[in-house]
Ligand binder design. Structure first.
Ligand code: HEC
Length: 171
C-alpha cells in the first residue's frame, strides 16, 4: 500500500516540476519579447534613431535634414560597445549621447562638456534611462545588428505584419 501512494506522489512532483520549468521558460520568453518590442518603439519614436539610421538600421535615414547614420545592420560592435555608443555618442561624428549625464562626470571616455568644443555633437532627440537603452540594445541584436540586408521576409518579421513598405523592398 505504501509503495503505490509513494509513486503517485513522485508522479505529481514530476508533473509539477515540468509544469514549473515550462511556465518559467514561457515567462522569460514573454519578457524578452516585451523588451524587444519596447526597444523597437523607442528606436522608432522617442529616441528617433531612425531619423539618422533608417527604420531598419541600414543607414538610409528617414529624415533628410539629419546627418547620415552608420549602417547598424553591418556593425561589428559587441553589446557593451553598442551600449557605450548610445550612452556616450561619438564626439565629432554626429552620433548624439543619450545618457543625460554623459559628459558631466567623466563617465564617457573621461571627457567633460567643457573639453569638447572642438568635437561638437548634436543634441539627442530625447535622453534615455538605462533600462530604455538596454531594451533598444535587445531590439538591435534581435532585429538589426548582424541580421544581414533587409529583404521582404525580414521586413514582415520586423513589423510583425506586412505593411505596404515591405512590398517596396527590392531583393
Ligand atoms: C543625429 C543623427 C543620429 C541619431 C539620432 C542617432 N545616431 Fe547613431 N550614429 C550616427 C552617426 C553619424 C554614427 C556614426 C558615428 C561614427 O562614425 O563614429 C552613429 C553611430 C552609431 C553606432 C555605432 C555603430 C558602429 O558600428 O560603430 C550605434 C550602435 C548607433 N549609432 C546607435 C544609435 C541608436 C540606438 C540611436 C537611437 C537611440 C542612434 N544611434 C541615434 C547618427 C545618429
Amino acid at each position: 500500500m505504501f509503495i503505490p501512494k509513494y509513486k503517485v506522489l513522485l508522479k505529481t512532483i514530476r508533473y509539477l516540476v515540468i509544469f514549473g520549468i515550462c511556465s518559467s521558460i514561457h515567462l522569460v520568453y514573454a519578457l524578452d519579447n516585451t523588451s524587444i518590442e519596447f526597444g523597437m518603439d523607442l528606436f522608432l519614436n522617442k529616441a528617433n534613431c531612425q531619423s539618422c539610421h533608417g527604420w531598419s538600421g541600414d543607414g538610409r535615414k528617414t529624415d533628410n535634414q539629419m546627418p547620415d547614420g552608420a549602417n547598424l545592420r553591418e556593425s561589428a560592435l559587441d553589446r557593451d560597445m553598442v551600449v557605450t555608443a548610445i550612452k556616450c555618442g561619438r564626439p565629432g561624428n554626429n552620433m548624439p549621447a543619450f545618457d543625460r549625464l554623459a559628459y558631466s562626470d567623466g563617465r564617457c571616455y573621461g571627457l567633460l562638456k567643457s573639453q569638447m568644443s572642438a568635437t561638437p555633437m548634436p543634441d539627442p532627440p530625447a535622453t534615455l534611462q538605462n533600462r530604455e537603452i538596454e531594451a533598444i540594445v535587445d531590439f538591435l541584436f534581435a532585429k538589426v545588428i548582424k541580421q544581414g540586408k533587409m529583404n521582404q521576409e525580414k521586413c514582415v518579421q520586423f513589423w510583425g505584419g506586412n505593411p505596404p513598405l515591405c512590398g517596396l523592398i527590392t531583393q
